[in-house]
Design a binder for this molecule. Structure first.
Ligand code: NAG
Ligand code: NAG
Ligand code: NAG
Ligand code: NAG
Ligand code: NAG
Length: 226
């Protein structure tokens, strides 16, 4: 796979997230009652088999490395003092060549705002990073910065009879993220501080032409069931 086709593959599963800096909430004011959120957002949430979780064991910002989980998924954590952390891992099949699977893995943390119109606005701390692996690309194993603001239009927490509390979030385009279940009411997170010193030589940004574009294209995560 050539770098350009890798970028196209990434483009096909990504779109640009809304960028405007939030000043005043727009839209309907939401009642954050038990019907809207059966429990508090504070804590750690994870999709699917819960293999992907925030906190130690997923990303190591000090040397910008990942420990690959057994399965794909997403995990979000929120603290009561306004910090969030996100871990995400996805495999993307290539339509033309099924053996050319692209792996996308992300870690980011920062400050969130719970807007009164029901949206969540997330402002990254500047030390997030991601890795794109493609077995068929010579330019695989890129480590790239990830420092994008993210707007989630809405969130709700339901109580499922068998699986407990379920967090349902909608992206900026109203697509639903995979449902996430509560892992713990205490957020499992890496320290709420700047964790990467400076952007160092650990990075290999030269290989992939327009790697910065790839980072931009990856702003949107995905909807789905895993
Ligand atoms: C909530 O307000 C923010 C800030 O104006 C806006 O960006 C977002 O789209 C609004 N959300 C909804 C669901 O209207
Ligand atoms: C729902 O979320 C709001 C806003 O964070 C919080 O004040 C409230 O306690 C939550 N409701 C429940 C039932 O936990
Ligand atoms: C990063 O640091 C961790 C913990 O010290 C270590 O286990 C891991 O092998 C390191 N990874 C890389 C790519 O240097
Ligand atoms: C990360 O993004 C935030 C929000 O846009 C910005 O304030 C901050 O300066 C950025 N940090 C870096 C290192 O780019
Ligand atoms: C998302 O849903 C809200 C509420 O139904 C609607 O006002 C908004 O236009 C939708 N946005 C998009 C991008 O579809």
């Amino acid at each position: 796979m050539k770098p350009t086709s890798l970028l196209l593959a990434l483009a096909s599963l990504s779109a640009i997230i809304a960028q405007e800096v939030v000043t005043v909430d727009q839209g309907e004011q939401i009642q954050f009652d038990a019907e809207h959120n059966a429990t508090s957002l504070i804590g750690t949430w994870s999709s699917g088999s819960q293999s992907v979780q925030t906190g130690p064991g997923f990303a190591n910002p000090r040397n910008r490395s990942f420990t690959y989980p057994r399965n794909t998924g997403v995990s979000y954590s929120f603290t009561d003092d306004g910090w969030y952390e996100i871990s995400r891992y996805r495999l993307q099949a290539n339509g033309q060549d099924p053996t050319c699977i692209t792996g996308l893995i992300f870690w980011v943390h920062g400050k969130y705002q719970m807007l009164s119109n029901g949206s969540l606005y997330m402002i990254p701390n500047g030390d997030g990073f991601q890795q794109i692996q493609n077995r068929c690309s010579a330019n695989s194993n890129q480590i790239l910065d990830y420092n994008e603001t993210e707007l989630y239009n809405s969130w709700r927490i339901y109580q499922d009879a068998t699986n407990g509390f379920r967090l349902q979030m909608q992206q900026f385009d109203n697509q639903s993220l995979a449902p996430q279940y509560q892992v713990s009411t205490t957020p499992n997170m890496l320290p709420k501080a700047q964790l990467t010193q400076t952007q160092t030589q650990v990075l290999n940004r030269r290989g992939l032409n327009g790697a910065a574009n790839a980072a931009t294209l990856l702003k949107r995560w995905w909807s789905g069931t895993d």
